[in-house]
Write a protein of this length. Structure first.
Length: 240
């Protein structure tokens, strides 16, 4: 589904906090019930946030340049602000092109959702959580999964398994911090630890956190597991 111009304007207004309380409530309800709209929103939100990274640092650097420039030459206000705006725009675009877009492309190449396993024991809540997860209804699935993790008497193996499911749900709904926390919950002694580390690396990759991605991938290699080859391949691409 392609967004309409009105949808784009609505998302921009929401991110800039320029809509009424009633509109905000309707907007949040739509995010819950329209997965395709939610996907577009989170992609737009990530782009919006990426363009605002380190704005304060940029301002400080620009101020230094401007002060130095004023001592050497007299410029019109129009030229002064035109140059300032151009520098900010160029830095933002350069950051976006060198960090966000390559990371997003690599993420799409390497990410595959963690496959569910048959429910061995448990009631209807577990079955419903897996049904929603397999159907790609991640926002609904993660609510069920959190309920299971909070309320059920799970074995350590099941706990790690459900944290992997939850992490993938958060990752697919663009909740980066929550995804990181979920994957980090998987115990180091678990047979699923390598899987968790692989998805943790991909989470950092999606967030354009290159250094963190590389660090995790370098730890995966020595495990000699199923992701050894892929981690080595991705690591090589990130260091090119």
């Amino acid at each position: 589904m392609e967004l309409t111009q009105a949808d784009h304007e609505l998302i921009a207004s929401f991110l800039n906090d320029e809509i009424s309380t009633a509109q905000k409530t309707a907007f949040l309800n739509r995010l819950e019930t329209d997965p395709e709209f939610a996907r577009h929103f989170h992609e737009y939100k990530e782009m919006h946030e990426a363009l605002q990274v380190d704005v304060l640092a940029l301002r400080e650097k620009l101020q230094t340049v401007i002060v130095n420039g004023k001592t050497n030459a007299t410029r019109s206000k129009f030229t002064y602000y035109k140059i300032t705006a151009s520098v900010v725009l160029l830095i933002a675009v350069a950051w976006l092109l060198t960090n966000y877009l390559p990371s997003a492309s690599l993420f799409d190449q390497y990410y595959q959702v963690y496959l569910s396993e048959p429910v061995k024991r448990g009631g209807p809540q577990k079955a419903e959580a897996i049904r929603l997860y397999d159907a790609g209804k991640y926002q609904q699935a993660v609510k069920e999964l959190q309920g299971i993790l909070n309320n059920h008497n799970l074995t350590p193996e099941e706990t790690d398994q459900y944290w992997l499911y939850a992490g993938n749900c958060y990752l697919n709904t663009h909740q980066i911090n929550e995804a990181v926390q979920a994957f980090e919950k998987v115990d180091k002694s678990s047979t699923r630890y390598e899987f968790a580390q692989w998805y943790l690396a991909l989470t950092f990759l999606k967030a354009a956190q290159k250094d963190e991605t590389i660090q995790i991938l370098e730890n995966i290699g020595p495990m000699n597991g199923v992701y050894q080859e892929k981690s080595h391949e991705l690591l090589k691409k990130l260091k090119e």
